[in-house]
Design a protein around this ligand. Structure first.
Ligand code: URA
Length: 185
């Protein structure tokens, strides 16, 4: 069972967070979207411009592709939880820096702890390197389930990477099929 009360409390704290420099330029803290009562959580990198404006993760072009990929395996945002490694937009969509990730990581830990999903899906290298291993290579290690305590973790390509290089879509589709199979168990 998800601990919704604690989750709400931590979300409120995050809205006021000023623990790193990203707080200075953000329009909105982008906490999460979807259903905390879920078995599966997707973790992206950090908000982009549109997410920063709307306060919701994955609403831009990459988000639309993510929605399509979810739909292809009969999922939508009412069935999954979506969050990012950092909750505030890095300027010009650069990668979040080590100290920004470190400052934000407890929020993600709380999200995972409160939701207790069985499956964690890292979208892209930043999430995979933060959650799985600092030397994680997305092109070599994507699609493999990693058992860690009560969690099964997998990394796949970030949807923005698929927009840049549609040649990667075939592998991403395999990963989403593996996700569908795991959820069917
Ligand atoms: N990319 C991410 O990693 N997260 C978002 O919320 C949007 C784009």
């Amino acid at each position: 069972m998800a601990d919704l009360q604690t989750l709400r409390h931590v979300a409120e704290q995050a809205q006021r967070c000023r623990q790193c420099a990203l707080a200075q330029e953000r329009s909105r803290v982008v906490w999460a979207d979807g259903n905390p009562e879920t078995r599966i959580m997707f973790i992206g990198e950090g908000p982009g411009q549109q997410e920063d404006q709307e306060g919701k993760p994955f609403v831009g072009a990459a988000g639309q592709l993510l929605d399509k990929m979810l739909a292809a395996v009969s999922l939508d945002r009412t069935q999954v939880y979506i969050a990012n490694v950092v909750k505030c937009r890095p300027p010009n969509n650069r990668n979040p820096q080590e100290q920004e990730i470190a400052a934000c990581l407890d929020y993600l830990r709380w999200q995972v702890h409160c939701i207790r999903p069985r499956y964690l899906i890292c979208l892209g290298a930043v999430a995979a390197q933060t959650i799985i291993a600092p030397d994680f290579r997305i092109s070599r290690q994507r699609g493999q389930w990693i058992e860690r305590g009560e969690y099964r973790i997998m990394a796949t390509y970030h949807p923005a990477a698929l927009l840049r290089d549609p040649g990667k879509k075939r592998e991403a589709w395999q990963d989403f099929q593996a996700i569908r199979d795991a959820l069917a168990q």
